[in-house]
Design a protein around this ligand. Structure first.
Ligand code: NDP
Length: 396
């Protein structure tokens, strides 16, 4: 019986609240806080209608540590679950340290003025979290998150060593909009326009943004899709924690239409993250762009099709080389029917709930700052099957 404070009433936040409400034997009290309290109230109303569970709502600006500390001291949660933006990771970790409360997020810290994500800022909290006797679980979404757990599970049950890892993220869905992102547009575009990066033979190799592609034939009728090599944050922790990895890469599918829009937006300067003066005020072009693009949470009723995210491993077991694929397929329409959100928010929100459940039930519990692959994958893998993200394994 635990109290969870969920911060961020966006697309992912909505799924997390709905899923926690479905597991009321663990999450006996739920509080949702965000900058815009009307968004919290709308989510709470949907949860009440679907599950009968009452969710408390609060207004909070998670950039302001003192405000979050006061909120935590007033409502006394057992865990802070951060599904606001990566910019809020460090202020929320500071608030958890000040109050002695456990922490979980789904995306690693990014400084607002540099489009760069790295674990170093959050890993630097390890000793302080250990000393305070509290835990931080980093990256409990799908990728990062489930992909890390797939790696730990493959290594525990199927390989003595994993030599090559390809994480492949396919969104074969269509929302019918000319251009929209499936999660926060600012974070999404910052990520996609970065240089590509992968790990090979003990060093990081770089590529121009979206300059490498391959066609992968996805299972269960999804078929062949073009995937682009990108840098993604779980590569950093997996290279660190999975000994023996010789190559690790991350791929994502994009449609020609999406890439054409993105190229034009980049060329005209709309993806810039530095401020420009406009009519006497400073605006950041990418933040203005976010304001005119569809909210990810609004894509739920519009999106049709499926996602397929998984890991292809090559390695050795008992001296023999083997190749294996673990994946989940998630339907946008089924996610919408269940919790009122499209599958990208769903595939992130469900693992966030499961990660919180692991911590609150004491199954994953260790003071310090941890990534997902550092814990026993078995209970998490079992919960994925129970709570809406079943997985399939095939030997290739
Ligand atoms: P949204 O933009 O839909 O939602 C973010 C929410 O955070 C908004 O409701 C916003 O509130 C709130 N917020 C922003 N700043 C603050 C603040 N200072 N204080 C309190 N609340 C704040 O994004 P998503 O739901 O799509 O994404 C949420 C997180 O999930 C992101 O960090 C994203 O990177 C991560 N993610 C992880 C994935 C994974 O697989 N690991 C995949 C997809 C997303 P308001 O509207 O009031 O400003």
């Amino acid at each position: 019986m635990s109290h969870v404070l969920i911060i961020g009433a966006g697309g992912v936040g909505s799924v997390v609240v709905h899923k926690c409400a479905q597991v009321s034997e663990v999450f006996s009290r739920i509080t949702l806080a965000s900058r815009t309290v009307s968004k919290c109230k709308a989510i709470a109303a949907s949860v009440k209608e679907r599950t009968g569970v009452q969710v408390a709502v609060e207004q909070a600006d998670a950039d302001k540590v003192a405000e979050t500390v006061a909120l935590i001291q007033r409502i006394k949660p057992d865990l802070v679950l951060n599904v606001a933006l990566p910019y809020q990771d460090l202020p929320l970790m500071d608030a958890c340290l000040a109050t002695g409360v456990d922490y979980l997020d789904t995306a690693n810290y990014e400084p607002p003025d540099v489009a760069k994500f790295e674990y170093k800022w959050q890993w630097a909290y390890k000793e302080r979290f250990e000393k305070a006797g509290i835990m931080a679980l980093l990256g409990s979404g799908f990728d990062p998150g489930v992909t890390n757990v797939y790696c730990a599970w493959a290594l525990k049950h199927h390989f003595d060593e994993i030599h090559q890892l390809d994480i492949i993220d396919c969104n074969a869905g269509d929302h019918g909009q000319a251009f929209a992102t499936n999660f926060n547009p600012e974070i999404n575009i910052r990520e996609i326009t970065q240089r590509g990066r992968y790990w090979e033979h003990g060093e990081w190799m770089e590529t121009d943004p979206l300059s490498w592609s391959m066609t992968y034939d996805f299972p269960e009728g999804i078929g062949p899709k073009k995937c682009f090599l990108m840098y993604h944050e779980e590569l950093e922790s997996l290279v660190h924690n999975l000994k023996g990895l010789k190559r690790a890469r991350f791929w994502m599918t994009f449609s020609e239409q999406y890439l054409t829009h993105l190229r034009v937006l980049e060329n005209v300067g709309m993806t810039r993250i530095d401020p420009v003066r406009y009519q006497g005020a400073e605006i950041v072009p990418i933040q203005f762009l976010k304001a005119v693009l569809p909210e990810p949470a609004s894509l739920g009723p519009l999106t049709r099709g499926r996602t397929c995210i998984g890991c292809v491993f090559t390695g050795v077991k008992d001296g023999k080389e083997k190749r294996m694929y673990i994946y989940n397929i998630c339907s946008h329409e089924e996610a919408y029917r269940e919790v009122g959100s499209q599958a990208i928010s769903y595939t992130t929100g469900v693992p966030a709930m499961i990660g919180a459940k692991m911590m609150l039930q004491g199954r994953w519990k260790r003071a310090g700052v941890w990534n997902m692959e550092e814990f026993d994958p078995d209970p998490f893998m079992a919960d994925l099957n129970t709570y809406g993200l079943p997985w399939t394994v095939i030997e290739l």
